[in-house]
Design a protein around this ligand. Structure first.
Ligand code: GLV
Ligand code: MN
Ligand code: MN
Length: 409
């Protein structure tokens, strides 16, 4: 039997492992993540799975099929969060998948395939700037140079893995051979308003929008706020302000393009000092790769021109670049059939947010099931779902699992 109150309680329990007191922030390879992992490993074992931490720090649980060693259907989501996050983005998908396995185990049911549940260690990319590190390692596309990425304290990913008890040279051991994973299917909150507006508790994802992220830096000249006349300034923040507005203007012209500057740091950062250096980020997304790539090129050129005119130096470093990840039609069919069998009309919709499926698609076909969230609010502590929707989502997922037919090769 599925227990929706356990799903809600477990999302609540995970949210208490946070570096932010009174809120939720849990980043890759942190002590809070280690504590959250321990909880998840325990729940996996209680649900009848073998469970372990893999070579990159993902939590993996495996429920064998009718015979040991069969290829698996992989479920799950991520266990890291953004800063001041909600408690369902990522966690719901892990907890709901464990709940489904719990139900199968309680019924003594084995399937003609194994089930694995992944609690991916880094989807949000908050700590090291690059993203999808956990799922990339599983998909076999983790790049060795990612180990040199640094966090805000200058700690490299390799050093952080060491302190966490992982050997950075062994990240390759997290990779799965092609054919060993039949499909990756993730349940996730919608993080948008469509399902709620249409009075639907769940929906089938058609594709995950492509995304590009840059770390940008403008170097001007710090100076005295009282003595340097306005025309003689090389104010890095004033230049950055123009760049931010260029993003808004460029993306505002295209209905299928969104752009965000979510982080901006002014140095030295004092009321009486002209900003000498500004570091900021750019995040651009679209359901069209062509549109996204054109906007990236235009914006970098625009920012370069702004900086040239203002006699400041502009630097851009690409941190993330993922093409649109299209969900497999055969998985959309099977997820849709499970929704229809619950008497819910089948709504297909794209995902504006990024997900581990973007990395997993290099290994196997992907599918996603969205669960309605309140007012579409996410990446915000106000993120909310109802226990009834969590139950519906888990019921659909369980039905999908029980009827899952691997694609004939
Ligand atoms: C991840 O949640 C993202 O879309 O940024
Ligand atoms: Mn997120
Ligand atoms: Mn997420």
């Amino acid at each position: 039997m599925l227990d929706p109150s356990r799903i809600m309680q477990r999302c609540g329990a995970l949210s208490r492992h946070s570096e932010l007191s009174g809120g939720l922030t849990r980043v890759y390879l942190s002590s809070e993540q280690a504590a959250a992992n321990e909880l998840v490993l325990g729940w996996m074992r209680e649900a009848g799975m073998q469970a372990w931490l893999d070579a990159i720090g993902n939590v993996i649980g495996r429920y064998e099929g009718e015979q040991p060693g069969l290829p698996c259907l992989m479920l799950g989501s991520h266990l890291d969060t953004v800063r001041d996050a909600g408690k369902y983005d990522g966690m719901l998908g892990v907890v709901a998948a464990i709940e489904c396995v719990h139900a199968l185990h309680a019924a003594g049911k084995r399937l003609p395939f194994a089930i694995e549940v992944a609690g991916f260690a880094d989807e949000e990319g908050v700590r090291f700037g690059s993203t999808l590190l956990g799922s990339r390692a599983v998909a076999g596309t983790f790049r060795r140079d990612s180990l040199d990425a640094t966090d805000k304290n200058g700690i490299t990913l390799a050093e952080a893995m060491h302190s966490y008890g992982l050997d950075p040279t062994r990240f390759g051991e997290a990779a799965r051979p092609k054919g060993s994973v039949l499909a990756y299917v993730e349940l996730h909150i919608e993080q948008g308003p469509v399902l709620e507006a249409e009075g639907l508790s769940v929906g089938v994802v058609t594709a995950i929008n492509g995304a590009t992220r840059y770390a940008l830096e403008i170097e001007g000249l710090a100076g005295h706020a009282g003595t340097v006349p306005m025309p003689l300034r090389q104010d890095a923040l004033a230049a950055a302000a123009e760049c931010v507005l260029a993003v808004e203007a460029r993306c505002g012209r295209e209905p299928d393009l969104v752009g965000t500057v979510g982080k901006l740091e002014t140095l030295p950062g004092a009321v009486n000092v002209i900003p000498g250096r500004v570091r900021f980020t750019l995040d651009l997304r679209s359901p069209s790769d062509t549109l996204r790539e054109a906007a990236v090129a235009d914006l970098l050129a625009d920012m370069g021109r702004v900086c040239l005119r203002r006699k400041v130096v502009f630097r851009a470093q690409k941190m993330h670049d993922e093409r649109v990840a299209v969900c497999a039609p055969w998985l959309m069919e099977q997820i849709g059939a499970a929704i229809a069998a619950e008497g819910i009309s089948v709504r297909r919709l794209p995902s504006g947010a990024g997900h581990d499926g973007m990395a997993m698609i290099e290994l196997c076909d992907i599918g996603m099931l969205f669960v309605r969230c309140a007012k579409g609010i996410s990446h915000n502590p106000a993120e909310a779902i109802t226990a009834i929707d969590a139950e519906t989502g888990a019921r659909v997922l369980l039905r999908f699992i029980e009827n899952f037919q691997a694609r004939k090769r």
